[in-house]
Design a protein around this ligand. Structure first.
Ligand code: ADP
Length: 607
């Protein structure tokens, strides 16, 4: 075995060991119960077989013996024992099913929680880069149920192994060759399973993207966000057709694989049947010769059948464990993702209060795996107590700059500093605690109004008056007062009694969320694009107050808003091409003046 192969094997074995430790650590008592039940269930078949032998032999001697009544009494006692064993089997089976159910749920919920934790911990890049989507999809699809299956398969494998060992002991007293036959009959089936577990894994890995495409189309068809357009543009038929095509491709390939596996299993199974009856003939021959009793013949035959069944179960279990193990590598792949944006070993405290503000010095940035430069040679200062506005066409880099400011990405060149401290030397959580951002695509939480706003500052209790104050600043208070349960109304249409808001009303809620956060830096990316002019005007009345002591960054296309800023930067293709106050920029008669002119002439503020 090459070194690399050996390393892979070791890693795989470790994965299985880790999966077991994981299950044990999540629910030790349930795991222990499961193991005990497993072992007991493994031993019981031997008792059943042995009792059967005793019964048959006693019946045989009873037939020829003088006292049928006495014989039957003895037989009845044996049958009672056999019934007790049968009952014990039933009880154990129910208990084991219960244990496995509970254990399965505990493990699934726990692993899902781990996946959630990792989903939050990874960089934003993970969600913005298609390279990672397969990993996320696979981890979500496989990880929650594989560890449980490992436990289930492991318990059933151990159980089968215990039965096998017990039966094999009995069988070897007949003839050593019988053991070999059992092995020979079971191995081909196992081989088939191992082989196809590997093939299935390779197929899944290759087809994840197609599966995701199908899932995406399914989502388009069933998600509320697309329901309007799907109806209006009559897209249902088209999307359904695409879904059918994708699924049928996957189905054809999977069915092909399954058919080949079934054929191979059939061949292996037929071989096993021949071996069973061949051995039965041998056992019958020994009985006819008088080497063994009739009871022994029955016991041997049962033992043989049970061993073969157990061995098949053991090997099937190993094959299944092997398959789970392969699929667990998806979980590993996902868990191994390390954030690129790393906290420093010894983080410096975030300057509070900021004195000079945030400086960008010759910052360059490209998104990972892209050629295009998103920001080029950006230098600017965002000062506390000031409103800084960014203006520029779509795709000119404004939002990207904000992402860098929040350290969702690190610059490729240059530096971003807060009061002279590089962002990379600050604790990420500490930095972000001091930034309040409402992005263009802000979240709409299907929660109560109070929570929707309160989520902006997790340190604030739901009853805190600052929530209502923020709502008033954002111009949302009146809307909220008109809702059925005021601040306790659930928003959106996902849940009972939820009330849907208009886009502009949602935006006001998002603004309130930004306001309630007691952060030194407030960033508003198109914060008022969906507000009517009056509402916008009202909000901006509060802006100066909000900016007191804070650094406010405003991204907007509305010049009525932008012109009030203390400093305006004009972006174009990732560069800043003009900077100044409204008056300075108008006097400059450059791009800003031109854009301002166009909007003034159009009269209506565009969004
Ligand atoms: P703006 O906010 O000015 O509209 P953005 O900062 O969102 O512009 O985008 C700047 C450039 O970066 C655009 O060319 C856009 O296509 C690209 N871009 C934005 N987000 C990503 C991303 N996650 N991955 C790759 N490129 C991106």
């Amino acid at each position: 075995m090459s070194d690399k192969r050996r390393r892979v094997k070791i890693r795989e074995a470790m994965r299985l060991g880790r999966a077991l430790r994981l299950v044990w650590s999540i629910a030790p008592r349930w795991t222990a119960a499961s193991v005990i039940l497993t072992v007991l269930q493994g031993i019981l078949p031997l008792a059943a077989v042995w009792l059967m032998k005793l019964i048959v032999d006693r019946v045989a001697t009873g037939i020829t013996g003088p006292d049928h009544g006495a014989a039957f009494r003895e037989i009845a006692v044996l049958i009672a024992w056999a019934a007790a064993v049968g009952l014990a089997v039933v009880v154990m089976r129910s208990l084991a099913a219960l244990t496995d159910q509970v254990l399965g749920r505990l493990v699934t919920d726990h692993v899902t929680d781990i996946i959630h934790a990792q989903s939050v911990a990874v960089d934003l890049e993970f969600y913005e880069n298609p390279r990672y989507h397969d990993a996320l999809y696979r981890a979500q699809q496989e990880a929650p149920y594989r560890p449980t299956q490992i436990v289930n398969d492991l318990t059933s494998t151990i159980q089968a192994l215990v039965t096998l060992l017990a039966m094999a002991g009995l069988l070897l007293t007949l003839h050593w060759a019988v053991g070999l036959i059992v092995l020979g009959a079971a191995i081909p089936g196992a081989f088939v399973r191992f082989r196809f577990a590997g093939k299935l894994f390779a197929w899944r890995s290759r087809r994840t993207e197609v599966e995701r495409q199908a899932y995406y189309v399914h989502w388009l068809l069933t998600d509320s966000g697309h329901a309007k357009e799907v109806r209006l543009f009559d897209l249902g038929g088209r999307f359904r057709e695409r879904y059918r095509q994708l699924r049928s491709l996957l189905r054809r390939e999977l069915v092909g694989l399954t058919v080949r596996r079934s054929l191979a299993e059939l061949a292996a199974g037929a071989g096993a049947v021949i071996a069973v009856f061949g051995t039965f003939a041998f056992i019958a021959w020994r009985a006819v010769q008088g080497v063994i009793t009739v009871g022994m013949m029955v016991a041997y035959y049962q033992a043989f059948q049970t061993s073969l069944g157990s061995l098949q179960a053991v090997l099937r279990g190993f094959a299944a464990l092997y398959e789970h193990n392969l699929f667990l590598s998806y979980y590993d792949e996902f868990m191994a993702l390390e954030p690129r944006v790393r906290p420093p070993a010894q983080p410096l405290p975030m300057p509070r209060p900021m004195a000079e503000g945030i400086r960008f010095d010759n910052v360059d940035f490209s998104y990972p795996d892209t050629e295009r430069i998103a920001l080029r040679d950006i230098s600017l200062t965002i000062k506390p107590g000031e409103v800084t506005a960014f203006v520029g066409p779509n795709g000119s880099g404004k939002t990207t700059l904000v992402k860098l400011l929040c350290r969702l990405y690190d610059p490729a060149a240059g530096a971003i500093t807060v009061d002279g401290v590089d962002l990379r030397h600050l604790d990420v959580v500490d930095l972000r605690r001091d930034i309040s951002v409402i992005f263009q695509d802000f979240a709409q939480y299907q929660l109560t109004v109070r929570e929707n706003i309160g989520l902006g500052n997790v340190g604030v209790s739901e009853k805190d008056p600052s929530i209502e104050a923020a709502a008033r600043d954002a111009g949302a208070h009146e809307t909220i007062s008109g809702l059925r349960h005021g601040y306790d109304t659930i928003l959106g249409k996902w849940f009972d009694e939820g009330e849907e808001l208009s886009v502009g009303e949602w935006q006001k809620i998002a603004l309130a969320r930004a306001f309630v956060r007691n952060a030194q830096i407030l960033v508003l990316d198109e914060p008022t694009s969906a507000l009517d002019p009056q509402a916008e005007w009202d909000v901006f009345q509060h802006f100066r107050e909000l900016a007191r002591g804070r650094a406010v960054v405003l991204i907007s296309h509305r010049f009525s808003t932008v012109r009030t800023a203390d400093r305006i930067h004009i972006f174009d293709q990732g560069r800043i091409i003009e900077s100044g106050t409204h008056e300075e920029l108008v006097a400059l008669d450059g791009r800003y003046a031109q854009m301002y002119e166009v909007q003034a002439r159009a009269y209506q503020p565009s969004s």
